[in-house]
Design a protein around this ligand. Structure first.
Ligand SMILES: Cc1cc2nc3c(=O)[nH]c(=O)nc-3n(C[C@H](O)[C@H](O)[C@H](O)COP(=O)(O)O)c2cc1C
Ligand code: SF4
Length: 483
């Protein structure tokens, strides 16, 4: 069984979206029209991050492409994606894409790497992006670009499709979902191995600084290693247990980088909340059975009594502590694309390893926006970036303007939308319009492709990918999975 939801394309205008939100009992502000910078769009207002004045409120989220060369250096696909980020018109480039701090921490053999051997590759990515930006807009003095640093933890696949997990602790549901033997201690990090990993992050940050990135993002989201540590309650020793222990790895990495490279800004992309893992299926998504696991101890930002609901108490405590450590901004995301994609990237069409959405994707969009609002209320002027807007499609700018004006968030981040339609920020700020044919319809091909060993990209809407032989392969895979 799948559930049918009204598609956004079926909504004829912003009032129809508002009516649909009312039906769903969702609170989400929106403007009547798209405003240009000259018409006073709130998205055109500069905003400080640290002491850097960022030129507008559009942010490009990190988006990897599973398309680097085997040595972690960029391919032509990688360079093109960064070029597109540069010509988008957004003035905050949050990390470009996840770059692994060491080879065995890659999520796939084609992940970009932040290692000395790839110094020239990282420099090329930055140059490509800033040159495209200068070419389109003349000035890049208000463009803030950083590099996202990662270790994929439970989701390492450095050599091929086979998972080579390195986990914080044994998680009863994720171990079962991803076939990890609960008795296998060899996959669990030892504290001394983590000391080495901290050094790897510091080295990678130094490399980013040398190459010219203004900040590094210490990725703590989406089920990857530093996110998993935040819920490592059952882990003994320095890096687990109580809140102080579970957050120590992330905070130590930040402190060490801040100490060694005081000029380099540090930011954090955080899965602010989570829910239990869902089962992969062709029928409507169902959470894995967790009845025997209550109170639930295996998530960060979840209500232990009812882990299908979020609880932001620890999240807000962590954001405040990060701010006090000198972190310059936090990008609020949630969940994981591997085990609960419907909350992380709301979509009408599921990726091949997902499940038909168990809720109208608008519910997921509003959940992320409201959770971010709650964080924002708790941290005052500390800059926050919001995530999960792409599903709003043509109404994304209407909502983005309204939430920034209302002070619910400081920057609106774009994920999938920038793959199908990189120029959306500049089209809105300069021309008060969007090109409907280029709007991401959340077909999820950019996730399904890499799940099946193919480079990521917007195959359905971006002519560049449509022309690749991989498009035929992807269609065959999708067809065979329908049977
Ligand atoms: C193809 C693809 C690649 C992604 N790569 C990254 C990444 O490297 N780092 C990251 O933090 N998030 C990554 N994400 C998540 C997005 O940044 C974003 O959080 C998500 O797509 C939800 O935002 P949206 O609704 O605007 O798409 C990726 C998402 C997609 C679809
Ligand atoms: S493949 Fe294109 S249309 Fe589909 S979700 Fe990705 S960016 Fe959007």
């Amino acid at each position: 069984m799948t559930l049918k939801y009204t598609k956004i394309v079926q909504l004829r205008n912003i009032d129809a979206l508002r009516a649909r939100l009312d039906e769903l009992d969702l609170e989400l502000p929106s403007d009547d029209t798209i405003l240009t910078a000259d018409q006073g769009s709130p998205l055109a207002a500069p905003q400080l991050i640290g002491d850097f004045r960022v030129g507008n409120r559009w942010c490009i989220h990190p988006m990897e492409g599973w398309d680097a060369n085997r040595d972690g250096s960029p391919s032509e696909h990688t360079l093109r994606r960064w070029r597109n980020f540069g010509l988008s018109g957004a003035k905050l480039i949050w990390g470009g894409e996840a770059a692994a701090v060491r080879p065995d921490g890659r999520s796939n053999p084609h992940q970009t790497m932040a290692i000395p051997e790839n110094r020239a590759g990282l420099a090329a990515l930055l140059t490509e992006l800033t040159a495209a930006h200068r070419q389109s807009f003349g000035d890049d003095s208000d463009l803030l670009v950083g590099l996202q640093l990662t270790h994929s933890g439970r989701f390492c696949r450095p050599n091929g499709p086979q998972l080579e997990p390195r986990i914080a602790y044994h998680h009863p549901l994720l171990d079962a979902k991803f076939s990890i033997d609960p008795a296998d201690e060899s996959v669990v990090w030892t504290d001394s191995q983590l000391d080495q990993l901290i050094d790897d992050y510091v080295s990678a940050a130094g490399l980013a600084a040398e190459v010219g990135f203004r900040f590094v993002d210490i990725k703590a989201c989406h089920g990857y290693l530093l996110h998993e540590f935040l819920s490592a309650r059952s882990r003994p020793g320095r890096f687990g247990g109580e809140f102080a222990g579970r957050t120590r790895l992330l905070k130590t990495i930040i402190e060490r980088i801040r100490h060694k490279f005081p000029e380099l800004m540090v930011v954090v992309r955080l899965s602010a909340f989570d829910t239990v893992p869902f089962q992969t299926s062709r029928v409507v998504g169902q959470p894995m059975d967790h009845a025997e696991l209550l109170p639930y101890e295996f998530g960060f930002g979840v209500d232990a009594q009812n882990p299908l609901r979020y609880d932001l108490a620890e999240t807000i405590q962590l954001i405040r502590e990060l701010r006090d450590l000198g972190v310059a901004a936090v990008n609020i995301s949630c969940g994981s694309p591997y085990y609960n994609p419907h909350i992380q990237r709301p979509a009408i069409f599921p990726p091949s390893d997902g499940y038909p959405p168990p809720e109208d994707p608008l519910v997921g969009v509003v959940r992320q926006i409201q959770a971010t609002r709650e964080c924002k209320q708790a941290v005052g002027t500390f800059p926050l970036v919001g995530t999960g807007y792409t599903y709003l499609q043509e109404y994304l700018p209407h909502v983005a303007q309204a939430v920034v004006r209302a002070g619910w968030v400081d920057f609106v981040g774009l994920g999938r939308m920038v793959l199908s339609y990189p120029e959306l920020p500049t089209d809105t700020l300069l021309h008060s319009q969007t090109a409907r044919k280029r709007v991401c319809r959340t077909f999820s091909d950019c996730t399904t492709a890499p799940r099946n060993g193919i480079v990521s990209g917007c195959f359905p809407l971006d002519a560049y990918y449509k022309d690749l032989p991989e498009w035929a392969t992807l269609r065959e895979i999708k067809q065979s999975q329908k049977k």
